[in-house]
Design a protein around this ligand. Sequence first.
Ligand code: FE2
Ligand code: FE2
Length: 251
Amino acid sequence: MKVHKPFVLYEDGDHKFVWLGLDESEHEKGILTNQYLVVDGDKGALLDAGGYFVFERVYENVKEFIKPENVVALLFSHQDPDVIGSLNLWLDVAPNATIYASVLWERFLPHLGFEAGGRITDIPDEGMEIKINKDSLNAIPAHFMHSPGNFHYYDPVSKIYFSGDLGAAVFPEGKWYLMVEDFQEHAKYMEPFHRRYLASRKAIDLWLKRVKNLDIKMIVPQHGSIFDGENVKKFIEWVNSLDKVGLDLME
Ligand SMILES: [Fe+2]
Ligand SMILES: [Fe+2]
């Protein structure tokens, strides 16, 4: 089982987009997850901080790029345990961080056991711009893909699109790679998840409209591997090819 160091996906001046490493043995505890850090000067935003048991790996790797107290935004795609399980720990080490989450989940999150007072900013259904330092990220609505209150995050500087659970791949034992090379082969590891978890074809159509006019250089999901170059277009076409998902398939 390999331990992978963080990898800088984009760097220009003091703006970086970083994949925060992985220990392949994490799959023994739960589904493998990716975390990403957007560095903007000496400040940063953490995308889907992850579950409780990945905290130490993510924390140590964030420290290679910025001071934890300079994490100013904890951005969440949705409410699942693999997304928010480390939230309490992050609130302790990043006392200046604001939590950004869907207005649907804001009142549920304090059940993790933290004092919400002023620390959560609700993202309205239509999305919002989130200022980090001098740059901003855009919360892009992706409702029912799979959560009812679901956001992706687009970085207009790097043109990297964080897609949360969309694009998730679940690998068989012993298989893992960071960048998608053979798209057709990779699609096999994505299909079962998307057929069952995405809510319906209508959710896909709404999402396709949202991303149609975005200039996307790379799509980085919370599970599985990263799409860049030609694979960005191939991925969006593949999502469009899913004629029936979720409720469409339920009897
Ligand atoms: Fe999820
Ligand atoms: Fe997930």
